[in-house]
Design a protein. Structure first.
Length: 528
C-alpha cells in the first residue's frame, strides 16, 4: 500500500467493532475510568442494528428453564457453566440497557412484553419497536459510547512479552482504498467484529461481516473453535438471483402464529419436531432444505396472514416485504435459509479473555461455550451485553501493563476472489454438506495466493479466505450431523464426536487442530 502519512495513539483499551458487544464494553470501560478507543469499518451498519427477534432475558424463576432450552438447542456442545453464567445475567443485562435509555415494548398491563421464539418453551424474549430491537440497542449504545474511528480497518494485533500491546490500523478513503497506517498502543484489545455471513453468497449480516476478528485472533496466537457450526436462519426473504445481505423475516412471526408451508400449501416442519414451526433453527432449516430438494422449488412460504395487526406489530418485516412487492397481511412471504450466525469463534473464558494475555473477544466473533452447535434464538444480544460488561472489568486488570511489541504491517495476504469463495462455500458447506462438496471447497481454498493489500475489500477477502480454510477443515473432520452442522453422508450424531474442534496457527503459520474435551452433557434424547 502507498502511505500518505502515519500516526500514533494510545489507550487503555482498544475496541475493534461498534456493535452490541464492543460498545457495551467501551461504555462500561469509560465508566470504570479507562481511556477507550473504538475502531470500526462502519459505526452504524452493524449486525446489531439488523437484529429483529429480540433479547432473551429470563426472569428469576425462569433461569433454569432458559438454560435448559439453550443446552437442548446447542446439541451437546454447550458448556453448562457458560450457559448458567450468561443466562443468569439476563436481568442485569436488561437493566443496564434500560439505564442507558433503551425503550422496550410494554405489555397491556404496563409491564415488559415478552414473546416466544424458536427453541424456547416459554415467552421470555423482550422486544423494542416490535421487530427493531437491535436498532434500539444500537441507538442507545452509540449515544452513550465514545466516538469511534470509522472508515478504518485493523491490519494486525500487536503482541509482545506481556501479551496484546495494541493494533495496527489503516484508514480508508471514501472508495475503500487504504490511505494512512497508524499504531494504537494499548495493554488491552477487544475483538468485537461481529459475524461472518459474507462467507456465503447470501446472509443476513451487513456486507462488512467478513470474519475479520477470526483472522486477527489466529495471527495473534489465539484459538478458535466450533467454526463449522454456521447457523442458517430458516426464514430470510427469498429474491431470485439475490446476493449479499437479504432481509431477515423475524422468528417472532412464527411465535405469533405464522406457519411455514410449501408452494402446495403443505406444512414444511410438521411432525419433524415437537415444537413444530418453533423448533430450533437447525431443525427448521434442514426441513426446508429437504422440502426444496424433494420438490425442486427455490423457496417455501411463510404464511403470516393470520397474525393480528401484523403491520403494526412487525413494522420492519412489513416494510422490507412491501419494498419487494409483498404485503404479509395478504400474501405469504417467500423465504429460504441464508447464513445468519457463527455459533463458534475465538475461544474465550467467561470474561472474554483469550489465551493471549490482554486480547479479548466478545459477541458473535467469540466462542464462550454458550451456543454449542446451534445458537438458541435471541441469546446473541444477551451474550453481547453480558460479555461486553465483563470484558470492561477484565480489561481494567491490565491497567498499567506496558504495551510493548513490534507492530506488523502486512503488505500482502493470501486470498481468493470473493465471488469464487462465496460460490464455493454456498455450494459445498451450506445448510447440508457431504464429503464431495467439502472436498470441492478445499480444492478452491487451496488456490488462494498472496496478493497485495490495497483496499478494505482486500483485507476482508483475506479474512474470508482464512475463515474458509478453518471452516472447511473443521467440516471435513466432523463426520456426523450435530446442531447446525448437517452431513447428508453422516445423518446421525456420533457420541464420540461430542467435543469441539479447536484450531490455531502452528509455528509455520498452518492451521493445526486439537480435540476439545468431551462435552460434559450428553445430547438430549431426540436432538441431533
Amino acid at each position: 500500500m502507498t502511505l500518505t502519512g502515519s500516526w500514533d495513539a494510545a489507550a487503555d483499551l482498544v475496541v475493534v467493532g461498534a456493535g452490541v458487544a464492543g460498545l457495551t464494553a467501551a461504555t462500561e470501560a469509560v465508566r470504570l475510568g479507562l481511556r477507550v478507543l473504538v475502531v470500526a469499518k462502519d459505526a452504524v451498519d452493524t449486525s446489531t442494528r439488523y437484529a429483529q427477534g429480540g433479547m432473551a432475558t429470563a426472569t428469576i424463576d425462569d433461569v433454569a428453564a432458559h438454560a435448559e432450552d439453550t443446552v437442548v438447542a446447542g446439541a451437546g456442545l454447550c458448556d453448562p457453566e457458560a450457559v448458567r453464567s450468561v443466562v443468569g445475567d439476563g436481568a442485569a443485562a436488561f437493566a443496564a440497557l434500560t439505564a442507558l435509555g433503551a425503550r422496550f415494548d410494554a405489555s397491556a398491563d404496563g409491564g415488559v412484553a415478552r414473546t416466544r421464539e424458536g427453541g424456547h418453551r416459554t415467552a421470555r424474549i423482550v422486544h423494542a419497536g416490535g421487530d427493531a430491537t437491535g436498532a434500539e440497542i444500537q441507538r442507545v449504545l452509540t449515544a452513550a459510547g465514545p466516538t469511534a474511528l470509522t472508515d478504518a480497518v485493523v491490519l494486525s494485533v500487536i503482541t509482545g512479552p506481556r501479551g496484546a500491546a495494541g493494533v495496527v490500523v489503516a484508514t480508508a478513503d471514501p472508495g475503500g482504498a487504504l490511505e494512512s497506517v497508524g499504531v494504537i498502543r494499548a495493554p488491552a484489545v477487544l475483538l468485537a467484529t461481529g459475524g461472518s455471513s459474507m462467507l456465503f453468497a447470501t446472509g443476513t449480516n451487513p456486507t462488512g461481516a467478513t470474519g475479520d476478528g477470526i483472522a486477527l485472533a489466529l495471527a495473534a496466537g489465539a484459538e478458535i473453535a466450533d467454526v463449522e457450526f454456521v447457523q442458517f436462519h430458516p426464514t430470510v426473504f427469498f429474491a431470485p438471483g439475490g446476493h449479499g445481505r437479504l432481509p431477515l423475516i423475524s422468528e417472532a412471526l412464527r411465535g405469533e402464529g405464522a406457519s411455514l408451508i410449501d408452494q402446495g400449501g403443505r406444512p414444511v416442519v410438521g411432525d419433524a419436531h415437537p415444537l413444530g414451526d418453533l423448533a430450533p433453527r437447525d431443525v427448521v432449516s434442514r426441513a426446508i432444505a429437504a422440502r426444496l430438494s424433494d420438490t425442486g422449488a427455490t423457496h417455501v412460504l411463510l404464511d403470516a396472514r393470520g397474525v393480528p395487526d401484523v403491520a403494526r406489530r412487525f413494522p420492519t418485516v412489513t416494510r422490507s416485504c412491501r419494498e419487494r412487492g409483498i404485503d404479509p397481511a395478504t400474501t405469504p412471504i417467500p423465504v429460504a435459509p441464508a447464513a445468519h450466525y457463527a455459533c463458534g469463534g475465538i475461544v474465550t473464558d467467561l470474561a472474554g479473555r483469550t489465551r493471549v494475555p490482554g486480547l479479548f473477544a466478545a459477541g458473535e466473533v467469540a466462542r464462550t461455550g454458550l451456543h454449542g452447535a446451534n445458537r438458541l434464538a435471541s441469546n446473541s444480544l444477551l451474550e453481547g451485553v453480558v460479555l461486553g460488561r465483563r470484558v470492561a472489568a477484565a480489561a481494567r486488570e491490565r491497567f498499567g501493563t506496558d504495551p510493548t511489541g513490534d507492530p506488523v504491517v502486512p503488505r500482502v495476504a493470501r486470498r481468493l476472489d470473493r465471488a469464487v469463495l462465496q460460490a464455493a462455500a454456498s455450494a459445498g458447506i451450506g445448510v447440508v454438506r457431504d464429503a464431495a462438496g467439502i472436498d470441492a471447497v478445499r480444492r478452491v481454498a487451496a488456490g488462494a495466493v498472496d496478493r497485495p493489500l490495497t483496499t478494505v475489500r482486500d483485507v476482508e477477502d483475506s479474512a474470508l479466505t482464512t475463515l474458509l480454510d478453518a471452516t472447511v477443515t473443521a467440516a471435513a473432520l466432523r463426520t456426523e450431523t450435530r446442531g447446525a452442522h448437517t452431513r447428508r453422508d453422516h445423518p446421525d450424531a456420533d457420541p464420540a464426536q461430542c467435543r469441539s474442534l479447536v484450531l490455531s496457527r502452528d509455528d509455520d503459520g498452518a492451521l493445526s487442530v486439537r480435540l476439545g474435551d468431551l462435552a460434559r452433557r450428553p445430547v438430549p434424547a431426540g436432538v441431533s
